[in-house]
Design a protein around this ligand. Structure first.
Ligand SMILES: [Zn+2]
Length: 88
């Protein structure tokens, strides 16, 4: 006997337990996949070579905004600043 059972990892999601995610800018509820590419400098790369690191995220189909929580935490501050945040 060899225990070659394939474990099927099926994640069952109960839609009732989910919350709708909407665009933080325009409240649109639809998103399109987008990929952000980060360049890893040879100076800090473990291999000593430049590397391109793709980061999958989702972009609002309406206004193109990417909600902050789609970004890895380290990148949230690196996002281009919005200009409409001023309190006057
Ligand atoms: Zn939007």
């Amino acid at each position: 006997m060899n225990g070659n059972e394939q474990q099927q990892q099926q994640i069952q999601v109960n839609i009732d337990n989910t919350d709708a995610v909407t665009c933080e800018e325009c409240n649109n509820g639809y998103f399109t996949p987008a990929v952000m590419i980060r360049r890893l400098s040879p100076l800090v790369s473990p291999t000593g070579q430049e590397a391109m690191v793709p980061i999958q995220l989702f972009q609002c189909t309406q206004c193109g905004y990417v909600n902050e929580h789609f970004l890895p935490e380290e990148l949230r501050h690196a996002k281009p600043e919005r200009t409409n945040d001023q309190n006057s």
